[in-house]
Design a protein around this ligand. Structure first.
Ligand code: NAD
Length: 332
């Protein structure tokens, strides 16, 4: 038996990754869609054989409450819309999967967690790398101190985005490189060290002010952890980059790429080659959704709960404060 998933927002990620992944999942399947574009509804319905009664728009969204075909609502909208739709889904009694970044503010994240708790539904954030075996291996290195105590993590992630009118370039929709790409190095620094940062410094820079007038194009940020470990990170919409290095007291390990859809891989100072067993796209999303579906079916804790998304947004808020005030910000 499979859980029925409804995708909300049929943009790039739903179309190219999640819907194909839901054809391969064992414990969940694509049963419904929420879209504001009737032509998309028709196309998806034909391609994925979705029943008429399982097609919603943003007005009929709350009627999901009356649809037993749908167990999980997966929010794949611009970040400014995550909180409102996650809360409406929870109130409709559906489990919630929500894409990264979880929301714009800590307050929004808390209200999403509260809504899911009070409606007794589970909340998972789409941090697919937590489900990815190479990443899980390096998280284990940190726990076992395989290369000694971690002293410094360097993690950079970016790509060149030349669009002008997309939500990624629009502040009111949740754009900006820190929210979009920045959560990858930030989340990595947290899962690699297993610690929460206590202070941040950050600088913003822009090479194309004609595109990046409303939101940040590049942010370089530093995190200080309680153990004394440091992280130096960068997120950008202006540079292609995806690499991570962790320097420890007895050696180092690195991944390049560290946050891609496939082929997360790397090496370590002792010659170890860290390689993925499977590299087919959309392997990561299949594993993520199957594991999240099983957690729901078995009533177990999900691997990436709302609290994990919130911890990143807490740091993102501090990073934006550090940029605005041009000073080191301690995180309470
Ligand atoms: P996209 O722009 O391609 O799709 C967004 C969808 O939202 C579109 O179908 C758009 O029509 C719809 N939408 C509804 N109301 C809208 C409004 N008022 N303004 C703009 N769009 C509106 O974006 P995407 O790349 O698919 O990203 C969607 C979410 O998925 C984001 O949160 C993003 O961070 C996340 N994402 C995650 C990953 C990952 O690897 N986990 C990868 C890509 C995207």
């Amino acid at each position: 038996e499979k859980l029925g998933v409804a995708l909300v927002g049929l943009g790039y990620y739903s179309t190219d990754l999640l819907a194909p992944a839901l054809q391969l999942t064992k414990h969940c399947e694509l049963k419904g869609i929420v879209t504001g574009t009737p032509e998309k509804a028709k196309k998806w319905q034909a391609q994925y054989r979705i029943a008429d009664k399982n097609i919603y728009d943003y007005k009929s969204f709350d009627q999901l409450a009356n649809n037993p075909d749908i167990d999980v609502v997966y929010i794949v909208l611009p970040p400014s819309m995550h909180a409102a739709y996650a809360i409406r889904a929870a109130r409709a009694g559906k489990h919630v999967w929500c894409e990264k970044p979880m929301a714009m503010t800590v307050a929004e994240c808390k209200s999403m967690i509260d809504a899911c708790n009070s409606n007794k539904v589970k909340l998972s954030i789409g941090y697919r790398l937590h489900h990815e075996p190479v990443t899980q291996q390096i998280i284990q290195f940190g726990k076992e101190k395989r290369y000694g105590a971690i002293r410094k993590v360097t993690a950079f992630a970016g790509y060149v985005d030349n669009r002008t009118n997309h939500w990624k370039q629009t502040k009111s929709l949740g754009g900006g490189c820190m929210y979009d790409m920045g959560v990858y190095p930030l989340n990595a620094a947290r899962y690699i060290t297993g610690e929460e940062p206590v202070a941040v410094t950050a600088k913003q820079s822009t090479t194309r002010p004609e595109i990046y007038k409303d939101v940040d194009e590049t942010i370089h940020f530093n995190l200080e952890f309680p153990s004394g470990a440091l992280a130096e990170c960068e997120a950008s919409f202006g540079k292609d980059m995806n690499h991570m290095k962790t320097e420890c007291t007895k050696g180092w390990y690195k991944l390049e790429p560290f946050s891609a859809y496939n082929g997360v891989q790397g090496t370590a100072s002792d010659g170890l080659v860290i390689k993925p067993a499977i590299t087919e796209i959309p392997y990561e999303q299949v594993k993520q959704m199957d594991e999240d579906a099983l957690a729901i079916m078995q009533n177990k804790t999900v691997l990436v709960p709302g609290e994990e998304g919130l911890r990143d947004i807490r740091v993102v808020e501090a990073i934006y404060s550090a940029v605005r005030q041009n000073t080191r910000i301690a995180i309470a």
